[in-house]
Design a protein around this ligand. Structure first.
Ligand code: AMP
Length: 472
């Protein structure tokens, strides 16, 4: 039904909201907006499977604001009407800003609360009354325990990036919040993926939720051009400088693994005359915000960040993401590259893969079921690193197993190695004849099985916790 709607005007949103959308040049609702807005405006609970960058913030913010638009209630001290929980402070800031932007003609009061800043200002904000509260779960519970926020007037509850919440261990906090929420409310839950725990939670906390799904099954948006450059680790600073100086990189985010490395390499960039903003966990909240603002305003073109910044950062027009280090967790890779190519735009994600990271990189390719194209046309390209097998030895060289004995190839091994490589491009298939690859495939298969077993144990434990909670 709603798929026919191609303009925001068809939703019949309040004129003061519609005019903001016109000013922002939102000509067409995105897929998730097309589906979710009419459902939420109808009062339905909605469970949305949508990646970041698909426009999901407006999908839940617009119906909520629309509901209040005609008769904006007077804000009641400590008692918000809308509660939005998000996993990170950056996302809290951005979602809060979006509510303020879309509702700027409505006199809507929006408060954001998150850790890393003093309680007192946030308590004061809540005391003076707010319509919308956007918070991270931990700080929300702190404030709730202090009596600074009460939930009896909440009519809308939004759980954003629910799978991130799960990954970050916030589920027990969420469960506590749920016990405090009035049962008569509308709930929207958004998640990029739908692990069983989230599906279970959704079923438990929502009334006959309508499902909205915009993901096409692939983990990474198709409009992100992903590339990898293989090189020796020591060459990374030089390659980075070459890239930043030689390419048309307007707004670039570079991700590094550790605070130390980020500071060190950013120093080298500065020495090379490249202006760069740095954000990581050691920076105070206001410093981080200032740097992000400078980046958004185009005063600084390059942002160097650790993963703290990768979650939830929503900055328009990021042309390039550079993974200076390969992240250990493939999910972090997805979140990093997802900073570009938002709202249907195009973007480029380049990963620097050093000798010690070859295995991590292969894990990522396996996780996202994609072969990332290799860029060889740069002066630091290392064919040797490219060809390294998963144990860190060049492909095809005789290897020893962990026990020190040579692995004997069996018929079964050959078959399973061949099967594992199915679906890879032809040139990779032909490599499979090499002895090294087969052993790697077997070892990898074993590791994968172990990993899957651990993950399922962890999932089961979480699931049991949720079940236990609902039995109480
Ligand atoms: P989100 O997925 O909510 O983080 O949104 C990603 C980006 O898309 C944000 O920069 C929004 O401002 C932008 N956006 C959301 N909806 C639209 C739309 N209908 N048209 C153009 N841009 C949009």
């Amino acid at each position: 039904m709603s798929t026919d709607i191609t303009t925001f005007a068809s939703f019949g949103l309040h004129r003061d909201i519609q005019s903001v959308l016109d000013q922002k040049r939102y000509h067409k609702p995105t897929q998730v907006q097309t589906q979710a807005i009419p459902l939420l405006m109808d009062g339905r609970d909605v469970i949305g499977c949508a990646q970041t960058g698909t426009g999901k913030t407006a999908a839940f913010a617009l119906p909520v604001l629309n509901e209040m638009a005609e008769f904006m209630p007077t804000p009641v001290p400590h008692k918000p009407r809308v509660l939005v929980l998000v996993p990170t402070r950056e996302l809290a800031q951005q979602v809060g800003d979006s509510f303020r932007t879309y509702g700027r003609k409505l006199n809507v009061k929006v408060a954001m609360t998150f850790g890393g800043v003093k309680h007192s200002r946030q308590v004061q904000m809540l005391k003076s009354g707010t319509h919308v509260l956007v918070s991270t779960p931990g700080r929300f519970l702190d404030l709730h325990e202090q009596g600074a926020v009460k939930l009896d007037l909440v009519k809308y509850f939004v759980l954003d990036e629910a799978d991130r919440m799960l990954d970050m261990g916030f589920m027990p906090d969420i469960e506590k919040v749920l016990t405090e929420l009035p049962p008569q409310r509308q709930t929207a839950l958004f998640s990029a993926t739908m692990p069983p725990q989230i599906a279970f939670l959704a079923k438990e906390i929502m009334r006959n939720p309508a499902e909205v799904k915009v993901s096409d099954g692939s983990l990474i948006a198709k409009n992100i051009d992903q590339r990898v450059m293989f090189l020796e680790n020591a060459k990374k600073p030089d390659l980075l400088i070459d890239l930043l100086k030689g390419n048309n990189m307007k707004k670039t985010i570079i991700f590094g693994r550790t605070k130390l490395a980020v500071d060190r390499v950013a120093g080298q960039l500065k020495d090379a005359g490249i202006k760069v903003g740095v954000i990581h966990g050691d920076k105070r909240q206001h410093e981080r915000q200032k740097i992000v603002q400078q980046f958004e305003a185009g005063e600084v073109d390059i942002l160097f960040a650790t993963d703290v910044a990768s979650r939830g950062l929503d900055i328009d027009g990021i042309s390039h993401v550079i993974n200076y280090n390969i992240p250990e967790d493939p999910e972090d890779y997805i979140h990093r590259v997802g900073r570009t190519a938002r709202a249907g735009k195009k973007g480029i994600a380049i990963s620097f893969c050093g000798r010690s990271e070859r295995k991590l990189f292969s894990n990522i390719e396996r996780y996202i079921s994609l072969r990332i194209s290799v860029v060889r046309s740069h002066r630091h390209h290392s064919p040797e690193v490219e060809k390294l097998n998963l144990k860190g030895t060049p492909k095809g060289k005789n290897q020893r197993s962990a026990s020190g004995t040579k692995h004997r190839k069996t018929h079964k091994d050959r078959r399973s190695a061949g099967a594992k490589l199915k679906g890879l491009p032809e040139k990779n298939k032909s490599n499979s004849k090499k002895k090294g690859d087969e052993k790697v495939s077997l070892a990898q298969a074993k590791r994968n099985r172990k990993k899957a077993k651990e993950a399922s144990k962890k999932e089961q434990a979480r699931l049991n916790r949720i079940k236990k909670y609902y039995k109480q």
